[in-house]
Write a protein that binds this ligand. Structure first.
Ligand code: ADP
Ligand code: MG
Length: 411
């Protein structure tokens, strides 16, 4: 399998009033598992349903109801782990994370604190041709989503929608290896791309199916120690992640340069004001009184089952990109554009089959994608299929029509 060579990016320095600083970032990404049923009940996960219509007795935490693990969700977590070159833990276990909130009928979230299903892995974050950062994954665990509290429908009342309650999430926790706002956004983009290739999460950020808690700290340039971090909760836009990180790093530098110290806390980003603000001081594991969920058996996975999932993994973005560069002689940039989505790559390969790859890439990127972009159309809605585009390229290639006429025909 081909691999592209890369070097690490230049350090991103933030000049302060008293000296140079750098930022350190680690992310906890919550990705909703693409499953039709919830993690421990058979209720539907369909988006946009009538409030409280997708709620089973288990989700509503009626007395005596027992959770039953959804094996498909476990499989998706394992697939994701394998796609991130991670260690799969053959033994894992569910814990209760206890807290009180109206959108959490059980009074606890079922999560995996002590024994997550997936261990250490890695993601290669692309930062331009030949430049990338390897971000280590600490672990991935499975957990339940909470419901939704609605505060803006009535001046006096709040409402609760439990449709999301109990939906399966994979929490993908990175090591603090990220060093700039751009890297943080690119990390989320790359993770989302891999999840979509694997089909384990649709990564739809608008629908809240991919959310990130962004941990930010700063330290003097060149320092090897970690500073105290703040966690910015529930970010669901790359642009806001970048803005929040920039703001938060400057805020912390300002405090430290004034002789203050950073208090570890959870903050929220307000996109209207472009600021983060304190939500609560950092809670520790003991605040949640974690303990193993006595209603659930540990998960014990068979190695043959894991091996079968590994054998069926699709070709992932890094490998596909490297193959395009090696086989078609195209630039890393073009290969990146064509492999952005699995559908894009499939379209391109259908056009390129038996033809000159570089020429096919030019037509697909410049003519087709250019035109679809201008029209605001997705590739699936393209009126020109790969066979038609390929036929046109053949006519130009054989000299039957000129390149200029080819473009007119394409229009
Ligand atoms: P907790 O157990 O309190 O949730 P973790 O050590 O598991 O804390 O880290 C949670 C997230 O915070 C991880 O993504 C990690 O990379 C990140 N993180 C930890 N320390 C720092 C730091 N000093 N600066 C930035 N991010 C950090
Ligand atoms: Mg955490």
């Amino acid at each position: 399998m081909a691999e592209l060579a890369y070097r690490e990016p230049e350090p991103k320095i933030i000049p302060g009033a008293r000296g140079d600083w750098e930022m350190v970032i680690g992310l906890e990404v919550h990705a909703q598992v693409s499953s039709e049923a919830k993690l421990f009940s058979g209720a539907s996960t369909a988006f946009g349903a009538v409030p409280n219509s997708n709620v089973s007795l288990v989700d509503a935490a009626m007395p005596g109801m027992l959770p039953v693990i959804n094996g498909f969700c476990v499989e998706q977590a394992v697939r994701t782990g394998l796609g991130l070159k991670a260690k799969i833990n053959r033994f894992s276990r569910f814990d209760r994370k206890n807290y009180f909130y109206p959108d959490l009928p059980q009074g606890y979230q079922i999560s995996q604190l002590y024994h997550p299903v997936v261990g250490a892995g890695e993601v290669l974050v692309d930062l331009g041709p030949g430049v990338a950062r390897k971000v280590r994954i600490h672990h991935i665990h499975l957990e339940q989503d909470a419901g939704k509290s609605i505060h803006d429908m009535d001046p006096d009342l709040s409402f609760v929608d439990l449709n999301r309650t109990g939906v399966a999430l994979m929490e993908i926790v990175s090591m603090p290896d990220i060093r700039s706002a751009e890297e943080a956004a690119e990390y989320v983009r790359k993770l989302r791309q891999i999840l979509r290739y694997l089909g384990t999460s649709d990564g739809n950020m608008q629908e809240g199916n991919l959310r990130a808690d962004v941990n930010v700290s700063v330290r003097p340039r060149g320092s090897q120690e970690l500073g105290t971090r703040c966690e910015i909760k529930n970010m669901n836009s790359m642009r806001f992640i970048m803005q929040a990180v920039e703001y938060e790093a400057r805020r912390q530098i300002g405090i430290l340069e004034d002789g203050g110290s950073i208090e570890q806390e959870t903050r929220l980003y307000d996109p209207n004001r472009g600021e983060t603000r304190s939500m609560r001081s950092k809670e520790e594991a003991h605040d949640y009184r974690y303990f193993p969920d006595p209603d659930l058996l540990p998960l014990e996975l068979e190695q043959e089952w894991i091996d079968a999932i590994a054998a069926a993994l699709p070709e992932l973005p890094d490998a596909r990109k490297a193959r395009y560069v090696a086989d078609y002689g195209m630039t890393e940039y073009d290969a990146g554009v064509l492999t952005a989505e699995a559908e894009t790559a499939r379209y391109f390969e259908a056009v390129a089959g038996g033809r000159d790859g570089k020429q096919a890439a030019n037509w697909v990127i410049n003519e087709l994608f250019g035109r679809l972009n201008r029209e605001g159309l997705a590739l699936e809605a393209s009126p020109v299929g790969p066979a038609q585009l390929g036929g046109l390229i053949d006519l130009v290639g054989s000299g039957e029509i000129s390149g200029k006429i080819g473009k007119d025909v394409f229009e």
